[in-house]
Design a binder for this molecule. Sequence first.
Ligand code: FES
Ligand SMILES: [Fe+2]
Length: 428
Amino acid sequence: MLSREDNELITQTDAGTPMGNLMRRYWLPALLSEEISAPDCAPVRVKLLGEDLVAFRDTQGRIGLVGEHCAHRGTSLFYGRNEECGLRCVYHGWKYDVEGNVVDTPAEPGASDYKKKLRHTAYPTHETGGVIYTYLGAKEKQPLFPNYEWTQVPLEFTYVTKGLLECNYLQGLEGECDSSHLSFLHRAFNRDGNQPLYQADSSPVYETEDTDFGVRLIATRQAPDQQQYVRVSSFVMPVYGCVPAGRAAGELDGYEIHTYVPADDTHCWRYDMGFRRGRAVRDDEVHRRKQINPDYTRIRNARNHYLQDRQIQKTQTFTGIQDFLNHDACATESMGAIFDRSKEHLGVSDKAVIAVRKYLLTTVKELQHGKEPPHIVYQAKKNWFPHIDCFADLLPEKMTWQQHFDYLTEAAQKENPASFAAQRKAAS
Ligand code: FES
Ligand SMILES: [Fe+2]
């Protein structure tokens, strides 16, 4: 349970709010590469942390992410002409480059140098793995773009989907820190794979560990034959949930990064990014795309009750709703746009949710008192994170996960032997 004050503190991310200030210290996904796929293509609207922005790819392929409303008299640049290395407003032709410089004010007298005095809102971008990231904070605090493993593998080894979640970002994020819902919300009555393990033990024992990047979450279930089923996930500051999902059976594989970026306080963008370590991803593996409309809303949503089928709910699946994505959306959107956490009743199974909230609240309060937040990288030699990894494995009953995965501490400074980088090194 959170007090009303803490609930507001942790859920509000507009400019000037404490959590908004914290989020603005990190690189965040802003849109997919496919949304502005070619030079001079149509610009798109981007809503991020309550800010109205427009993204465009200029004639030279450079990406601009600028304030939506023209600096002149506010017309939306979404309708603008993307031409000759800039975005031109349709009202009086003012033109902006990717850095927010006003490069033309054709309605002003020829000799006017008015435009030189103007600077439009423009944010830096970084494109990798089919995602365009941005940094919305102060220029002098801009960190390096973090070299996560999923941003280092070849593009064809990755996949990504984006969808609108119609609730506050924290509700989505908390779902990634909650292994016990796998035994219920996502249950299929006749499914193979790990489902029997989730069902055999529906109350996992949780361990949590605060780290330099966020919180490591370990859920252990009892398994047959004196084994234990251990799932290790990572909450990575400020909105990433790394989970051992999306793996192909029998392969040494990457994992999925489920990201909940606030659009505003009552909507967020869920990005599901995944990667393979040893091969290209096949199109048919990215089944979630089928759940999403061209405008990135979900086909199954609250207005059509997620197309829940009560007969299937009786006979085949716990929810009667198709696909994990929609299960999660139903569970988190139906709490209301911003859930009032002073009304909840947490149990032992919520240990990881509590740990992640605490980490975020501590960090945001410390920043209010001038302490620098964690996991912001300024030095190239520190831009390496083998200890952000996650997996689901059957281990002998007596073995600890630390014995099995010895690279998983910051102090280890050791490459994960299964990582893309380690495999590339071994092959060379
Ligand atoms: S409002 Fe954009 S040029 Fe006038
Ligand atoms: Fe889920």
